[in-house]
Design a protein. Sequence first.
Length: 166
Amino acid sequence: METSQLSRGQFLKQLGLSSAALMSFYCLGTGLTSCSSSSEDPAPTTTTGGGTNTNSGVTGAITGAIDFTLDLTNANFSKLKTVGEFTYVGDIIIANAKGTFVALSKACTHQGTAVNYRSGTNDFFCPNHGSIFRTDGTVQKDPATRALTVYKTELLNSNNSLRVKA
Ligand code: FES
């Protein structure tokens, strides 16, 4: 295999083609995936339903029909066990709001900026123009006028897993 590719390359070089052109020939011959770099092509850890994610500690669909589970023992999500912490998974913000897990669409309904969870006031704040959303997703302060989408949350596996579902 290696020998035949070298021979092919040497043959094409003799035709006066550049290395870029040679690469194109190889890509056509071997399929595009074998020619893309690893940095452009991270391997997904999980593919289920309509969503694909590359986050360790997440299983399930993070797009489409949302239904995924976070491993709260995984370093990426273990902080969620602490009251007041929050994280983003796909287009969703998940917060430990006074011991209750709240999952909302993260994009502010005004102009789409990602909201933050504020433990002091137990609300979701948009840093762009100052909209505030309650933990049930409804608007507390404009300029946003529409509520954030609420997702169901359920603790599983002796509170070591958190399921988030549409
Ligand atoms: S984008 Fe959130 S308040 Fe404007």
